[in-house]
Design a protein around this ligand. Structure first.
Ligand code: GRF
Length: 205
């Protein structure tokens, strides 16, 4: 039933997962200075660092990462602010049990700086997406999304904060569905068994 969480930084989504009682057995960071490592330690969760800079190639880094992950025999690997592009081989190894949270309403704004890009485009709504990971960056079958309004006077920071509050609600819910065997992947689409909303529209600011 266990989950390994991969992080690179702050770890607020990790915290949301822990607070929601998601059975996180280990946290792995590619950066030794990730604040989420200290959080894991405070919560008594095993934490490890696999520094990407110490490996000559992406393949070598991903192989070391996989070795560290597999020690814990997780059912699910969850990316939570993990800022490395994964190789197709790594993605294939965890196919169907590797998920990510991305701060946009995919397929809009894959990649970085999503909040600034949504503002620049004049978007009226923005949000976040939990999806299965495929070899194509920020693509893959969508499990759940939450949208928020874009307000007059928003900055990338204010918009990011509004989205982040929804991330912290959405990610635990989506992972719980996975652990409860409620997710059915049908081609490019994901269905949730039972009467669960896969799109949440928040009007909170
Ligand atoms: C979140 O916005 C997440 O969607 C994105 O990176 C950020 C990570 O934040 N992938 P945190 O480390 O979970 O606080």
């Amino acid at each position: 039933m266990s989950v390994v969480v991969l992080i690179s930084g702050r770890g607020s989504n990790l915290q949301a997962l822990l607070d929601a009682g998601i059975p996180v057995v280990a946290v792995i960071s590619n950066r030794a200075d990730a604040a989420g490592l200290a959080l894991a330690a405070r919560r008594g969760v095993a934490a490890a660092v696999v520094e990407h800079r110490k490996f000559p190639t992406r393949e070598a880094f991903d192989a070391a990462l996989a070795t560290e992950i597999d020690r814990h025999r997780p059912r699910l690997v969850a990316l939570a602010g993990f800022m490395r592009v994964l190789t197709p081989g790594f993605v294939e190894r965890y196919a169907g049990r590797l998920v990510n949270i991305h701060p946009s309403l995919l397929p809009e704004y894959p990649g970085l700086d999503t909040h600034a890009r949504a503002l620049a485009a004049g978007a009226r709504r923005h949000g976040c997406t939990v999806h299965f990971v495929t070899a194509q960056l920020d693509h893959g079958p969508i499990i759940a999304q939450a949208s928020v309004p874009v307000l007059a006077g928003d900055t990338p920071e204010s918009l990011a904060a509004r989205v982040l509050r929804q991330e912290h609600l959405l990610y635990p819910r989506a992972i719980r569905w996975f652990l409860d065997d409620a997710l059915v992947i049908e081609g490019e689409r994901v269905r949730v068994k039972g009467n669960h909303a896969q799109m949440v529209a928040s009007d909170q600011s």
